[in-house]
Design a protein around this ligand. Structure first.
Ligand code: AR6
Length: 195
Protein backbone atom coordinates (compact mmCIF):
# COMPACT_ATOMS: atom_id res chain seq x y z
CA UNK A 1 0.00 0.00 0.00
CA UNK A 2 2.79 2.40 1.01
CA UNK A 3 4.48 1.65 -2.29
CA UNK A 4 1.36 2.81 -4.20
CA UNK A 5 0.98 5.92 -2.03
CA UNK A 6 4.59 6.88 -2.77
CA UNK A 7 4.06 6.21 -6.44
CA UNK A 8 0.99 8.46 -6.41
CA UNK A 9 2.78 11.37 -4.69
CA UNK A 10 5.85 11.00 -6.89
CA UNK A 11 3.68 11.08 -10.02
CA UNK A 12 1.99 14.28 -8.79
CA UNK A 13 5.40 15.77 -8.00
CA UNK A 14 6.59 14.97 -11.53
CA UNK A 15 3.52 16.52 -13.18
CA UNK A 16 3.78 19.75 -11.17
CA UNK A 17 7.56 19.93 -11.39
CA UNK A 18 7.72 19.42 -15.13
CA UNK A 19 7.49 23.09 -16.26
CA UNK A 20 9.84 24.19 -13.46
CA UNK A 21 12.29 21.42 -14.37
CA UNK A 22 12.35 22.48 -18.02
CA UNK A 23 13.18 26.07 -17.15
CA UNK A 24 16.01 24.94 -14.87
CA UNK A 25 17.97 23.38 -17.76
CA UNK A 26 19.34 25.36 -20.68
CA UNK A 27 21.25 24.21 -23.72
CA UNK A 28 23.97 26.42 -25.21
CA UNK A 29 26.25 26.02 -28.23
CA UNK A 30 29.54 27.73 -27.46
CA UNK A 31 32.67 28.15 -25.39
CA UNK A 32 32.33 27.47 -21.65
CA UNK A 33 35.17 29.89 -20.82
CA UNK A 34 32.88 32.76 -21.85
CA UNK A 35 29.99 31.74 -19.62
CA UNK A 36 29.09 33.94 -16.61
CA UNK A 37 27.62 31.32 -14.28
CA UNK A 38 28.59 30.99 -10.60
CA UNK A 39 30.46 27.83 -11.52
CA UNK A 40 31.73 26.18 -14.67
CA UNK A 41 32.79 22.54 -14.68
CA UNK A 42 36.16 21.48 -16.03
CA UNK A 43 36.64 18.04 -17.63
CA UNK A 44 40.05 17.54 -16.03
CA UNK A 45 42.45 14.63 -15.52
CA UNK A 46 43.46 13.09 -12.19
CA UNK A 47 46.49 15.36 -11.76
CA UNK A 48 44.31 18.52 -12.00
CA UNK A 49 47.37 20.20 -13.48
CA UNK A 50 45.89 21.06 -16.87
CA UNK A 51 45.76 19.37 -20.25
CA UNK A 52 44.18 19.76 -23.68
CA UNK A 53 40.54 20.23 -24.73
CA UNK A 54 38.26 22.19 -22.43
CA UNK A 55 40.78 21.82 -19.58
CA UNK A 56 43.44 23.68 -21.58
CA UNK A 57 40.96 26.37 -22.63
CA UNK A 58 39.83 26.94 -19.02
CA UNK A 59 43.42 27.22 -17.75
CA UNK A 60 44.36 29.66 -20.52
CA UNK A 61 41.35 31.87 -19.85
CA UNK A 62 41.66 31.74 -16.04
CA UNK A 63 45.37 32.59 -16.02
CA UNK A 64 48.29 31.01 -14.11
CA UNK A 65 46.70 31.50 -10.66
CA UNK A 66 44.32 28.62 -11.49
CA UNK A 67 47.22 26.20 -11.85
CA UNK A 68 48.62 27.35 -8.52
CA UNK A 69 45.25 26.77 -6.85
CA UNK A 70 44.99 23.34 -8.49
CA UNK A 71 48.39 22.31 -7.13
CA UNK A 72 47.03 22.72 -3.61
CA UNK A 73 44.23 20.21 -4.35
CA UNK A 74 46.65 17.29 -4.81
CA UNK A 75 44.77 15.59 -7.62
CA UNK A 76 41.31 14.08 -7.84
CA UNK A 77 39.95 10.58 -8.35
CA UNK A 78 37.84 9.69 -11.38
CA UNK A 79 34.18 10.52 -10.72
CA UNK A 80 35.01 12.97 -7.90
CA UNK A 81 35.08 16.79 -7.99
CA UNK A 82 37.03 19.65 -6.39
CA UNK A 83 36.47 23.41 -6.47
CA UNK A 84 38.63 26.52 -7.00
CA UNK A 85 38.01 30.16 -7.73
CA UNK A 86 37.56 31.21 -11.34
CA UNK A 87 40.34 33.83 -11.30
CA UNK A 88 40.27 35.68 -14.66
CA UNK A 89 37.25 33.74 -15.92
CA UNK A 90 33.83 35.38 -16.01
CA UNK A 91 32.61 32.46 -13.84
CA UNK A 92 33.26 32.79 -10.09
CA UNK A 93 34.25 29.17 -9.53
CA UNK A 94 35.66 26.22 -11.43
CA UNK A 95 34.56 22.74 -10.40
CA UNK A 96 37.17 20.28 -11.59
CA UNK A 97 35.87 16.79 -12.17
CA UNK A 98 37.61 13.79 -13.71
CA UNK A 99 35.57 11.88 -16.24
CA UNK A 100 36.23 8.22 -17.03
CA UNK A 101 38.30 7.18 -20.03
CA UNK A 102 36.13 4.98 -22.29
CA UNK A 103 37.49 1.40 -22.42
CA UNK A 104 34.42 -0.20 -24.00
CA UNK A 105 31.87 0.16 -21.20
CA UNK A 106 32.77 -2.59 -18.75
CA UNK A 107 35.03 -0.54 -16.49
CA UNK A 108 32.27 1.30 -14.61
CA UNK A 109 32.50 4.15 -17.13
CA UNK A 110 28.76 4.92 -17.00
CA UNK A 111 28.57 4.98 -13.20
CA UNK A 112 31.71 7.12 -13.01
CA UNK A 113 30.38 9.62 -15.55
CA UNK A 114 27.10 9.89 -13.59
CA UNK A 115 29.15 10.45 -10.42
CA UNK A 116 30.96 13.38 -12.10
CA UNK A 117 27.66 15.19 -12.66
CA UNK A 118 26.26 14.32 -9.22
CA UNK A 119 29.39 15.27 -7.28
CA UNK A 120 29.83 18.53 -9.24
CA UNK A 121 26.24 19.54 -8.50
CA UNK A 122 26.61 18.73 -4.81
CA UNK A 123 29.81 20.75 -4.60
CA UNK A 124 28.12 23.68 -6.36
CA UNK A 125 25.19 23.50 -3.91
CA UNK A 126 27.50 23.32 -0.89
CA UNK A 127 29.29 26.46 -2.13
CA UNK A 128 26.07 28.39 -2.67
CA UNK A 129 26.20 28.42 -6.48
CA UNK A 130 22.86 29.24 -8.08
CA UNK A 131 24.02 28.58 -11.64
CA UNK A 132 26.40 25.99 -13.09
CA UNK A 133 27.60 25.15 -16.61
CA UNK A 134 28.76 21.70 -17.75
CA UNK A 135 30.80 20.74 -20.82
CA UNK A 136 30.20 17.29 -22.34
CA UNK A 137 32.51 15.48 -19.92
CA UNK A 138 34.61 12.59 -21.32
CA UNK A 139 33.32 12.95 -24.90
CA UNK A 140 36.54 14.38 -26.33
CA UNK A 141 40.00 13.01 -25.59
CA UNK A 142 38.48 10.35 -23.25
CA UNK A 143 36.32 8.96 -26.15
CA UNK A 144 33.06 8.27 -24.26
CA UNK A 145 30.30 7.70 -26.89
CA UNK A 146 28.48 11.01 -27.20
CA UNK A 147 24.87 9.83 -27.19
CA UNK A 148 25.32 7.60 -24.16
CA UNK A 149 27.20 10.40 -22.37
CA UNK A 150 24.38 12.86 -23.14
CA UNK A 151 21.76 10.44 -21.81
CA UNK A 152 23.69 9.99 -18.58
CA UNK A 153 24.31 13.74 -18.15
CA UNK A 154 20.66 14.65 -18.66
CA UNK A 155 19.30 11.83 -16.47
CA UNK A 156 21.68 12.63 -13.63
CA UNK A 157 21.01 16.38 -13.75
CA UNK A 158 17.23 15.89 -13.85
CA UNK A 159 17.37 13.46 -10.97
CA UNK A 160 19.45 15.89 -8.95
CA UNK A 161 17.25 18.92 -9.70
CA UNK A 162 14.17 16.97 -8.72
CA UNK A 163 15.53 16.61 -5.19
CA UNK A 164 17.46 19.89 -4.75
CA UNK A 165 16.76 23.64 -4.94
CA UNK A 166 20.40 24.63 -5.56
CA UNK A 167 21.84 25.14 -8.12
CA UNK A 168 18.69 26.75 -9.49
CA UNK A 169 19.83 26.49 -13.07
CA UNK A 170 22.06 24.15 -15.09
CA UNK A 171 23.54 24.98 -18.49
CA UNK A 172 24.82 22.29 -20.85
CA UNK A 173 27.44 24.06 -22.96
CA UNK A 174 28.17 22.10 -26.14
CA UNK A 175 31.22 23.04 -28.16
CA UNK A 176 30.27 21.01 -31.22
CA UNK A 177 27.01 20.78 -33.14
CA UNK A 178 26.87 16.99 -32.88
CA UNK A 179 26.60 17.16 -29.08
CA UNK A 180 24.24 20.14 -29.26
CA UNK A 181 21.85 18.25 -31.56
CA UNK A 182 21.96 15.12 -29.38
CA UNK A 183 21.13 17.13 -26.25
CA UNK A 184 18.36 19.00 -28.02
CA UNK A 185 16.75 15.72 -29.08
CA UNK A 186 17.08 14.06 -25.67
CA UNK A 187 15.93 17.10 -23.69
CA UNK A 188 12.80 17.34 -25.82
CA UNK A 189 11.80 13.74 -25.38
CA UNK A 190 12.25 12.82 -21.70
CA UNK A 191 10.33 13.05 -18.44
CA UNK A 192 12.30 13.98 -15.35
CA UNK A 193 13.69 11.06 -13.38
CA UNK A 194 12.18 10.84 -9.94
CA UNK A 195 14.38 8.38 -8.11
N1 AR6 B 1 33.92 24.94 -24.14
C1 AR6 B 1 33.04 23.92 -24.04
N2 AR6 B 1 33.34 22.67 -24.40
C2 AR6 B 1 34.57 22.42 -24.91
C3 AR6 B 1 35.55 23.43 -25.06
C4 AR6 B 1 35.19 24.75 -24.63
N3 AR6 B 1 36.03 25.77 -24.71
N4 AR6 B 1 36.67 22.85 -25.60
C5 AR6 B 1 36.39 21.55 -25.80
N5 AR6 B 1 35.12 21.29 -25.41
P1 AR6 B 1 37.79 17.10 -23.66
P2 AR6 B 1 37.55 14.72 -21.93
C6 AR6 B 1 34.37 20.02 -25.42
O1 AR6 B 1 38.69 16.39 -24.57
O2 AR6 B 1 37.06 13.92 -23.07
C7 AR6 B 1 42.16 16.99 -21.23
O3 AR6 B 1 43.47 16.88 -21.72
C8 AR6 B 1 34.80 18.97 -26.42
O4 AR6 B 1 34.28 19.25 -27.70
O5 AR6 B 1 38.13 18.50 -23.28
O6 AR6 B 1 36.81 14.66 -20.63
C9 AR6 B 1 42.09 16.70 -19.72
O7 AR6 B 1 43.24 17.22 -19.05
C10 AR6 B 1 34.17 17.72 -25.81
O8 AR6 B 1 32.81 17.60 -26.22
O9 AR6 B 1 37.65 16.30 -22.23
C11 AR6 B 1 42.04 15.21 -19.70
O10 AR6 B 1 43.33 14.65 -19.83
C12 AR6 B 1 34.17 18.02 -24.30
O11 AR6 B 1 34.52 19.39 -24.16
C13 AR6 B 1 41.21 14.86 -20.90
O12 AR6 B 1 41.37 15.96 -21.82
C14 AR6 B 1 35.17 17.19 -23.51
O13 AR6 B 1 36.35 17.02 -24.28
C15 AR6 B 1 39.75 14.76 -20.57
O14 AR6 B 1 39.06 14.31 -21.70
Amino acid sequence: MEKYTNLFWNSLKIIFNLPAMKSRIELVLGDITKVTTDAIVNAANRSLLGGGGVDGAIHRAAGPALLEACRMLEGCETGQAKITEGFQLPASHVIHTVGPIWYGGNQQEKELLAACYRNSLELARDNGCTTIAFPNISTGIYRFPKKEAARIAIAEVKKYLFHNKLPEKVFFVCFDEENFNLYEELLDEGLPTAN
